[in-house]
Design a protein around this ligand. Structure first.
Ligand SMILES: Nc1ncnc2c1ncn2[C@@H]1O[C@H](COP(=O)(O)OP(=O)(O)OP(=O)(O)O)[C@@H](O)[C@H]1O
Length: 290
């Protein structure tokens, strides 16, 4: 299976939100990493046909999704950043309603809804009103509705903001478990969401694709650039003004800093193994301005 983005751009009036982006996706989980305003949502909305590219094209199995039209929409599932749930509906009723919108016949829908409530671990709450659900439970209904049509391509936009750490892990495992024979694209700026499940990470910056590679290869790029150093508290501002400083940890003997720098930042500094948080800091030291 292949979904290809070919030289896609999206211009909103005077804002070039996506700038000549190309990449191919095959089965597995892809992490879409970028600061606020990098263009992730815009690109995802184009991938699910809610927006049309200003230029370029998107191909599924070699055919333009514009031409495939409903045939393509039948194979995609989308969980938007903000999902509107009807708070007076029960989970079951809501999913049955979405299934009917997707044109799934009632008997089959009932079977699928039961099965998905099981998958997202909400069976025992299926008769409760959605308005009473926690953030994590709402997200799980969101993923269930995106899976109703058994999509081959699943696009998920910032699914874990608002979830507590336990719910995030659960959500991650769920995505990972369903990704075997699907393309799953997961956008986030929470790096730990994708660190262990993504086969590749697509890094988007100011609308441009700057990297698409496995986490291991991306980390290779910064392997000599991550340092830890223990300093006195009053030295911290100096380091922050000169370097990209990640974690700051209070220790018995001072303050531990994690620093991203091309050169050794201080005689006391020791090199550290990089992780994706470091990578994020390396590429996105400042939030983009909308
Ligand atoms: N309909 C629109 N009209 C004008 N500008 C827009 C529109 N939609 C998005 N933009 C702009 O395009 C840029 C990319 O936005 P987008 O929402 O795709 O970024 P993002 O990476 O998803 O960010 P976030 O993580 O905050 O959702 C931003 O500068 C945004 O303000």
């Amino acid at each position: 299976m292949k979904l290809s983005v070919e030289n896609v751009s999206k211009q909103f009036k005077d804002k070039l939100a996506v700038n000549n982006v190309s990449f191919d996706l095959t089965e597995g989980v892809y992490g879409f990493l970028g600061a606020n305003g990098a263009g992730k949502t815009t690109l995802m909305r184009m991938l699910v046909t809610l927006l049309k590219p200003s230029s370029g094209r998107i191909l599924f199995e070699g055919k333009d999704i514009d031409v495939l039209d409903d045939k393509y929409r039948d194979v995609i599932g989308y969980l938007p950043q903000y999902i509107g749930l009807y708070k007076n509906f029960t989970a079951e009723k809501y999913l049955m309603y979405i299934a009917s919108l997707k044109g799934i016949e009632k008997e089959q829908a009932k079977k699928k809804v039961d099965e998905l409530l099981e998958v997202v671990n909400l069976s025992e709450h299926s008769k409760r009103k959605v308005g009473k659900y926690s953030g994590g439970m709402k997200q799980r209904i969101g993923i269930a509705q995106a899976l109703l049509n058994d999509p081959k391509v699943l696009i998920v936009d910032e699914p874990t903001s608002g979830l507590d750490p336990k719910e995030r892990i659960r959500f991650r495992n769920l995505l990972s478990s369903i990704s075997k024979d699907r393309i799953v694209l997961l956008s986030t700026h929470i790096v730990s969401d994708i660190e262990f499940i993504a086969k590749e990470i697509i890094v988007l910056k100011s609308g441009q694709l700057i990297h698409k590679n496995s986490p291991e290869i991306l980390l290779e790029h910064i392997k000599d650039k991550v340092w830890t150093v223990t300093v006195n508290e009053n030295e911290v501002p100096n380091f922050q003004s000169v370097y990209k400083v990640g974690n700051i940890v209070r220790q018995n003997d001072g303050v531990g800093l994690r620093i991203i720098a091309e050169e050794k930042p201080d005689a006391r500094a020791l090199q550290a193994a990089p992780n994706l948080e470091d990578l994020y800091l390396y590429y996105f030291d400042q939030e983009e301005i909308k």
